[in-house]
Design a protein around this ligand. Sequence first.
Ligand code: ATR
Length: 288
Amino acid sequence: MTIDGYTRTCGLIGNPVEHTLSPFIHNTLAKLLSHNLVYVPFHVEEGQVLSAVQGAYALNLLGLNVTVPYKSQVMEGLIEIDELAEKIGAVNTLVRVESGFKGYNTDMPGLYRAMSSEGIQIEGQEVILLGAGGAARAVAFLCASKNAARVYLLNRSIEKAREVAGEVNEKTGKDVMYPMALSDYHCLPNQRFLAIQATSVGLYPDTEQAVIEDEAFYRKIHTGYDLIYKPSNTRFMQLVQKQGGKAYHGLKMLLYQGIIAYELWNELAVSEEMASEVYEVLKKKMGM
Ligand code: ATR
């Protein structure tokens, strides 16, 4: 592409940002759609996130993604926050509006689109959610808002599980979240579940680890969805598959959270054909 006086800039703020795949998503979309737009990662030091947002506005940036560790902190610097992002308490996408940026959360709808594209349903499902950190919170809101029958929220620290489960039940007005200590997994009822792995265990370079090792646990899982995509076949996924379940990694979630952000910045809808083209680029980058 030619960068000229009309080129619009989007980007990513976080720390670290050096290993991000997001530029491949957005710059591929810009190319496929013949948009005069570039997407650049910006490494922002601790304590600088609010000045970064102000600076981005002053520099006429069209939009930003926000990653670890700033998804909550950034909310202070916004003039408006979308209702869903407000509920989740995390913003990963900033859209330029009249006099500042409006914050959205595209992680949750991104996961929903990724799951739907694999034919995975949440409505009416019995769900196990592993983890109670930032990523798990968005998943918990997704499961409650898409009418899962029940969600067992298992976390190493039970206090955090209780906190997230209580908050999700309260904010969605539903009584679907059941917090449990991770070590109590053997108390789960004897039935088969959709399990979503939202802890950081198993993430590269600690690829030999899974948050639970016991095969008896994995016999209860018909579908396992790991939010991790590096490695592309996590130990959690292998353990699910060994007991006959289907297993998925999180690369499509990454793809769709990016696509939804691009749609917000440019006020358009990205087709499924185009989403598949971008996914091929991502898979190649990951060596899949
Ligand atoms: P993220 O933004 O990726 O969700 P996070 O907010 O730091 O990251 O959350 C990490 C999650 O992985 C938490 O649920 C954490 O459990 P605790 O709340 O008990 O800390 C979980 N986790 C990390 N390392 C773990 C380990 N070795 N065993 C079990 N759970 C672990």
